[in-house]
Design a protein around this ligand. Sequence first.
Ligand code: SF4
Ligand code: SF4
Length: 102
Amino acid sequence: MSNKEKITAIHIDECYCKGCDICIELCPTDVFDVSEKINSKGYYVPLPVRLDKCNGCRICDLVCPELAVILISEEISEEISEEISEEISENLSEKGRLEINP
Ligand code: SF4
Ligand code: SF4
């Protein structure tokens, strides 16, 4: 599917994730693994450990019942400077979000 976006980063909002694993089960390219980190609600949150396999289908984003999946596309990445991107990542980390880059 040539019109799918190139996803350059996936953030999982740890504060909202309820560990349902739907994103893990429905990802067609097996991008996620369950992490060993438990969030404040006592759930294991997913980690996008195989981001290089992501085909940009956005299923994970669409099916997450907690809106905890944040996909960063190449298009968005190009619009913001590296400095701003790092600042966003730091803010997300402070708020308990996980970040995995390729
Ligand atoms: S966008 Fe699609 S391929 Fe990429 S992680 Fe989400 S479900 Fe998997
Ligand atoms: S679908 Fe959403 S709530 Fe469920 S494990 Fe994935 S990120 Fe967490």
